[in-house]
Design a protein around this ligand. Structure first.
Ligand SMILES: NC(=O)c1ccc[n+]([C@@H]2O[C@H](COP(=O)([O-])OP(=O)(O)OC[C@H]3O[C@@H](n4cnc5c(N)ncnc54)[C@H](O)[C@@H]3O)[C@@H](O)[C@H]2O)c1
Length: 359
């Protein structure tokens, strides 16, 4: 069987990780085209990963290239438009988180793909991270008894590109950017169970000079089966990327740390090349990560999506999951404004982006 042909849209941070993952780990896929706003930058990635065609125009790429899958690695405000274009050309779609800027966009994306029999695959890598998946399997086997609380925290000192700090291009701050991981992972652990309500507290504590978006949030999600999810999400924590989970049950507990737990504790007088995502200086004590993409689940995620396309399987994270996460994100911003728990499903509300519900 021929390889599945993929076009990657975007040539920034996450495009790089997807390209490394396809090239090293997804033997059934071949990236045959890349789009980048900055063609020179895209060209560099094309050379590094052996991609034959480079475009700075998405329409031209879709018209000229015979691809099966379009992988959207663009800023949040471009996901909807790119997805509709790909669907109009009958391409399956992989879309990075968060799915869209608002629920109307999410609905149109789902409709555009489902009406044509195309797959819309929501790229939430925590559902594939090997350490977290080991935890999920253990918990399903009863390792901690009946689960009553899940915790997830993702923290660093702020994103690498300007567009993340603007609500008009990102949709919100850290809740939109990284809270979506916690919400998706809680739903993944608690599959099929509905959320009863959401409470959130949000502040801008670190990046006030450059953004009015939230950069430090806590969010508490109550599920109908009594499980509580507690998310701590921050762009205000120096010292590199942190991602941790905790699972509490009536017969045990599991703690898992994706970055520190997989790192070599290093001391270097002069510093060295690279320690981990957003780690900053490598002088003194550092945590040196290995196989960063693999440990976070990107190759496993993309292998799964390509398998779904090749063998017509239902992806384990779809556009509908992305939409559900977005709805919970709406509830979080609404709660941050009112200071009250918000019951799900929320009353229909039209906003350009979730943060408009907060301020
Ligand atoms: N799964 C994860 O953990 C994870 C991590 C990082 C980013 N992401 C998601 O991936 C997407 C891209 O994020 P990133 O970190 O790669 O961002 P980035 O800023 O590093 O790269 C964005 C890419 O889009 C292009 N771009 C920017 N503005 C554009 C515009 N106006 N028109 C056309 N192209 C434009 C840039 O040139 C660049 O190629 C976002 O949706 C983000 O939330 C996911």
């Amino acid at each position: 069987m021929e390889k599945t042909k993929v076009a990657v849209l975007g040539s920034g941070f996450i495009a790089n990780i997807h390209l490394e993952s396809y090239t090293r780990f997804v033997s059934d896929a071949q990236v045959v085209a890349i789009y980048g706003r900055n063609k020179e930058h895209a060209q560099k990635l094309a050379e590094e990963f052996g991609i034959p065609k480079v475009y700075d125009d998405i329409d031209q790429l879709l018209t000229e290239c015979d691809v099966d899958v379009v992988d959207i690695c663009l800023p949040n405000f471009l996901h909807h438009k790119a997805c509709l274009k790909a669907a109009a050309h009958n391409k399956h779609v992989i879309c990075e988180k968060p799915l869209a800027m608002n629920l109307e966009e999410a609905d149109e994306m789902i409709q555009a793909c489902e009406s044509r029999g195309l797959k819309l695959m929501y790229a939430e890598e925590l559902c594939f991270a090997p350490k977290y998946e080991r935890v999920r399997a253990m918990v399903e086997q009863g390792a901690v008894g009946d689960v009553y609380m899940l915790k997830q925290g993702e923290k660093h000192d702020g994103p690498h590109s300007k567009w993340f700090y603007s609500k008009e291009t990102a949709g919100g701050g850290v809740m939109m950017d990284m809270g979506c991981h916690a919400l998706a992972w809680f739903r993944w652990m608690n599959k099929g169970v509905k959320v009863k309500n959401v409470y959130a507290d949000m502040k801008t504590v670190f990046h006030n000079k450059i953004t009015d978006c939230d950069d430090n949030t806590i969010c508490i999600v109550e599920f109908e089966n009594g499980v509580t999810g507690m998310a701590e999400t921050s762009w205000a924590k120096p010292g590199g990327m942190d991602d941790r989970i905790e699972v509490y049950g009536n017969k045990g507990v599991v703690y898992a740390d994706l970055f520190r737990g997989n790192s070599s504790l290093t001391y270097s007088v002069d510093g060295y090349g690279y320690a981990a995502e957003k780690a900053g200086s490598t002088k003194g004590w550092t945590f040196t990560i290995f196989e960063e993409a693999f440990n976070q689940g990107y190759p496993q995620e993309l292998t799964h999506f390509i398998d779904c396309v090749r063998n017509d399987k239902e992806p384990c994270t779809t556009g509908r999951d992305g939409r559900a996460v977005l709805e919970l994100t709406y509830a979080a911003y609404e709660s941050a404004r009112t200071g009250k728990k918000v019951s799900l499903p929320m009353e229909a509300v039209e906003v350009p982006y979730p943060m408009a519900l907060w301020k």
